[in-house]
Design a protein around this ligand. Structure first.
Ligand SMILES: NC(=O)C1=CN([C@@H]2O[C@H](COP(=O)(O)OP(=O)(O)OC[C@H]3O[C@@H](n4cnc5c(N)ncnc54)[C@H](OP(=O)(O)O)[C@@H]3O)[C@@H](O)[C@H]2O)C=CC1
Ligand SMILES: CC(C)(CO)C(=O)C(=O)O
Length: 314
């Protein structure tokens, strides 16, 4: 099976490394030719959860040459970068399958505008990853990669079934689901609690659980978001709150993707996460003042360049 990972960031490099390490035909499509050249020359350095390091040979090319032929395209760019890929995705042959693994919401609607439902699949990832440089990635938290169609009722696709089997064979904790939508809502809730707080306070995920104040903030944000989820047909249970706490615990060393963005002074996904909850809340007449404040604080923090660090060597 030919696999293309679009986006050589934290998550893209994590899965590319694991697939390539087990001998799969995988190509990383990067934004810059500098990164693709470095990957081709130096290989991809991958640090496992247990600390073991290895360098994996990998194919890479820059997006300026378009998308190479593949059976499955794993889209691991941010929500904010998806729109610019749409013209290329629209030209893919009908046999190709897309798996979009963005956090937040909005990607499903975008892809549905350009591709038939039978070509589009979605992934919800609770694994933690951190790109250390253009050619180095570290696995920072254990989790699960759920893959499936957005809604149930779609006949299972053999190519996607094989893709999940290939991931599992590569040691990835991957699972095929009948419908991703309920998981996407639950992941949205988790990201709406974890990401902006870790980005604001510049702390790893696990630190949120160490202070009763942050835990209380998370709980109140959860209750606000649950009301929005409920009017959208997603009833949250106490176990869903527990699951968010578990994600925090299992990725305790991880710097959330939003904190990584703030540090690198990149646009964050806050509009697709807390912003989405605020928008859906407004449409249903449900107040979401805490999510609205977080949304504005993160936008401000990025605008003002607060939290910037040296960044990686990309
Ligand atoms: N990091 C984590 O632990 C987790 C992240 N996620 C989600 O996974 C998704 C990816 O996140 P993450 O890996 O952290 O993000 P990163 O920003 O680390 O990686 C995204 C990569 O996509 C590249 N890119 C952007 N546009 C293009 C393009 N047009 N063509 C080719 N490459 C492009 C970026 O290049 P450049 O750097 O040059 O901009 C960057 O390398 C997000 O939706 C995130 O929320 C989910 C779970 C955990
Ligand atoms: C799972 C989690 C919270 C890991 O940090 C994540 O999705 C992110 O950072 O965006």
């Amino acid at each position: 099976m030919q696999i293309v990972v679009v986006g050589g960031g934290s998550v893209g490099l994590l899965y590319a490394a694991r697939l390539a390490r087990s001998g799969q035909a995988v190509t990383v499509v990067t934004r810059s030719s500098l990164q693709s050249n470095q990957l081709m020359q130096n290989g991809l350095s991958y640090q496992r959860l247990d600390g073991e390091k290895s360098v994996v040979s990998i194919f890479a090319q820059s997006i300026e040459y378009g998308l190479p032929h593949a059976d499955v395209y794993l889209l691991s760019v941010k929500q904010t970068d998806l729109p610019e890929l749409l013209p290329m995705l629209q030209k893919l042959p009908a046999s190709a399958r897309i798996v979009a693994l963005q956090n937040g919401m909005g990607h499903q609607e975008l892809l549905a505008q350009i591709l038939p439902e039978r070509q589009c699949f979605f992934a919800i990832n609770t694994e933690g990853a951190r790109r250390l440089s253009a050619t180095e990635v570290m696995h920072t938290g254990s989790g699960l990669l759920r893959i499936g169609p957005w809604e149930s009722g779609i006949e299972m696709d053999p190519l996607i079934q094989s893709f999940v089997a290939v991931l599992v064979g590569s040691g990835v904790n991957a699972r095929l689901e009948e419908s991703i939508k309920p998981y996407a809502w639950r992941k949205l809730m988790a990201n709406a609690l974890i990401n902006p707080l870790t980005a604001l306070f510049d702390i790893p995920n696990g630190a949120l659980l160490e202070n009763p104040q942050t835990l209380q903030l998370m709980r109140e944000l959860y209750l606000e978001a649950s009301a929005v989820a409920s009017v959208n047909g997603q009833e949250m249970k106490e176990s869903d709150w527990q699951e968010i706490v578990n994600i925090c615990r299992n990725t305790s060393r991880n710097l959330s993707s939003m904190l990584q963005d703030v540090r690198r002074q990149k646009r964050t996904e806050v509009e697709a996460i807390n912003g989405y909850l605020v928008k859906r809340g407004k449409a249903a007449g449900i107040p979401t003042p805490m999510h609205e404040v977080l949304l504005r604080l993160i936008l401000l923090k990025t605008d003002m360049g607060i939290g910037k660090e040296g960044g990686d060597s990309k």
